[in-house]
Write a protein that binds this ligand. Structure first.
Ligand code: IMP
Length: 422
C-alpha cells in the first residue's frame, strides 16, 4: 500500500507518461492534479502509440480508477474526443474507470480566443503556449469568473456566466458566444456519468490500503511560481499542487518520484542555459524531440545538474527515474552541466534572479559515452560499465537513488531498480 507522486524535473516532456504507465500495473487509482490538455503523455504498448492529454494513464489498465482532480482545467471537446478514441481502441471508459471533479474548471472558446489575442499582442515576446486556453482559464478561476464542471448542469448560471465572459473578455463578440453555446450545450448529457467526489474517493482508497499514483503534468521549470516566469504554464506543476489539486491533506504522499530525461529539452520561449545548436539538433533527431501536443520541435541541450538539483529540492524527490538513456548510445562524450558562470563568477546553484538564469553560461564535465545499443538490456547489472558510471554520477551528484531507467519507448524497455510499491 502506497501513495506515489510522479513529477517532471525539467521543462516537461521528461517521459512521465511512460513511467506512470509502468507504475499503473499495480495502481488501484491514478489521479491527475494540475494542467489540462496542454499535456501529452505518450504511452507505447507494442504497436500502439497512445497519447493521453487529459485522462490519467490508469485508464489503460482494466482494474484501475482514473481521476481528473479539481486542480485541472478541462476542454470538454478534447475530453470527449479522448474518451471516444480510447473506447475505439477497446479501453473501458465508464463511471467504473473514470471520475471527474465537479470543481474542475472548463476551458471555453473565450479562453481560446483570449489566448490567441494575448500571444499575438506579445509578438516576438510571446510565451509560445500550446494555445489550448490554459492560461486564461486559470486566470479566470482566480478572478472568480471561471466556469466549473458543475456549472454545466445549471442552465441559468451557464448562460449568465457565458454572456458575462464574452462581454468582459471577447468584446461581446456574438460569434464567440455562439461558439460557446455550440461547444458547451449538451456536455452535461455525457459528462454527468463521470462526476464524483474526488477527495472522498482518494481518502477512502488510502484508508483501504490501496495503491495510488498521482500523475504530474508539465515539469518543475514550467511551474507558475518556481519556473522560468513568465515562460511557464499557468498552474503549479510541483508536488505543492497535489493537496489543492485533489483535496487531500499535505501528508497524503508517501513517495515522490522525479522524472528526469538524460538530457534537457523545452518547447516554447524562455531560458535554457544548456541549449546548444549542434548537439541539440542531433538529440532532437535521435530522440524524436517534437512536441506530443503541438508537433513543435523541442529545443535541446545537455543535462543541467543545477537545474535538476533545484527541482529535486523543491519536490523533495525520493527516487529518480532516468528516461531516454538510450538516446545517448552513440555519443562518444556526454556532457553534464555542473556549474554556471554568471558575471564572471562561478556558481553551483540556480541564481535567485531570473535575469541571471537567462544569462547563465553553463560549464560542463565530460563523461565517456558507452557507444552501444542498450535498448534490449533489462537489468542494471547488464548495462555497460560506462552507462552505469553516468547514472551513478547523476545519482550521487543529486544525492537521490534511481528507481527506474527507461531505455526505449515501449513499456518493456524499463529497468526497475527499486519496487516502489513495496
Ligand atoms: P501553456 O501551458 O499552454 O500555457 O504553455 C506555457 C508554456 O508551457 C509553453 O512554453 C509550453 O510549451 C509549455 N508547456 C505546457 N505544457 C507542456 C507540456 O506538457 N510539455 C512541455 N511543455 C509544455
Amino acid at each position: 500500500m502506497s501513495v506515489i507522486a510522479v513529477v517532471g524535473l525539467q521543462w516537461g516532456d521528461e517521459g512521465k507518461g511512460k513511467i506512470c504507465d509502468v507504475l499503473t500495473e499495480r495502481a488501484d487509482v491514478v489521479a491527475r492534479f494540475s494542467g489540462g490538455d496542454n499535456a501529452g503523455h505518450t504511452i507505447v504498448i507494442g504497436d500502439d502509440k497512445i497519447i493521453l492529454n487529459l485522462i490519467p494513464s490508469g485508464i489503460l489498465r482494466e482494474e484501475t480508477m482514473s481521476v481528473i482532480g479539481p486542480g485541472m482545467v478541462i476542454n470538454p471537446e478534447v475530453l470527449k474526443g479522448e474518451i471516444e478514441r480510447l473506447r475505439a481502441l477497446g479501453y473501458e471508459v465508464s463511471k467504473e474507470t473514470l471520475i471527474i471533479s465537479p470543481k474542475a474548471h472548463i476551458i471555453t472558446p473565450v479562453s481560446l480566443a483570449f489566448e490567441e489575442r494575448l500571444e499575438n499582442l506579445l509578438g516576438k515576446n510571446k510565451v509560445g503556449t500550446t494555445m489550448r486556453g490554459i492560461g486564461p482559464t486559470y486566470a479566470l478561476k482566480l478572478l472568480r469568473f471561471g466556469l466549473r464542471v458543475e456549472d454545466l448542469f445549471d442552465k441559468t448560471t451557464l448562460v449568465k456566466r457565458l454572456n458575462f465572459l464574452v462581454d468582459a473578455f471577447a468584446d461581446g463578440d456574438e460569434k464567440v458566444l455562439d461558439e460557446c453555446y455550440d461547444k458547451l450545450t449538451g456536455v452535461d448529457g455525457w459528462i454527468g456519468e463521470f462526476i464524483g467526489d474526488v477527495s472522498i474517493l482518494l481518502s477512502n482508497s488510502k484508508n483501504d490500503g490501496e495503491n495510488i499514483l498521482l500523475e504530474g503534468a508539465q515539469g518543475t521549470m514550467l511551474d507558475i511560481d518556481f519556473g522560468t516566469y513568465p515562460f511557464v504554464t499557468s498552474s503549479n506543476t510541483t508536488v505543492g499542487a497535489i493537496s489543492r489539486g485533489l483535496g487531500v491533506p499535505l501528508d497524503f504522499v508517501d513517495t515522490v518520484v522525479g522524472v528526469m530525461k538524460a538530457y534537457t529539452t523545452r518547447v516554447g520561449a524562455g531560458p535554457l542555459p544548456t541549449e546548444e545548436e549542434s548537439v541539440g539538433d542531433l538529440l532532437r533527431e535521435v530522440g524524436g524531440e517534437y512536441g506530443a501536443r503541438t508537433g513543435r520541435p523541442r529545443r535541446c541541450g545537455w543535462l543541467d545538474l543545477l537545474q535538476c538539483e533545484y527541482a529535486v529540492r523543491l519536490n523533495g524527490v525520493d527516487y529518480l527515474t532516468l528516461t531516454k538513456l538510450d538516446i545517448l548510445d552513440d555519443f562518444d562524450k556526454i556532457k553534464v552541466c555542473n556549474k554556471y558562470l554568471t558575471n564572471d563568477t562561478e556558481i553551483d546553484t540556480l541564481p535567485p534572479f531570473q535575469s541571471e538564469f537567462f544569462d547563465a553560461n553553463p560549464e560542463y564535465i565530460e563523461l565517456d559515452g558507452w557507444g552501444e545499443d542498450i535498448s534490449e538490456i533489462h537489468s542494471y547489472e547488464d548495462l555497460p560499465h560506462k552507462t552505469r558510471k553516468y547514472i551513478e554520477y547523476l545519482s550521487s551528484s543529486l544525492q537521490v537513488p534511481v528507481s527506474h531507467i527507461s531505455n526505449g519507448a515501449d513499456r518493456k524497455n524499463t529497468i526497475e531498480l527499486v519496487n516502489l510499491w513495496g
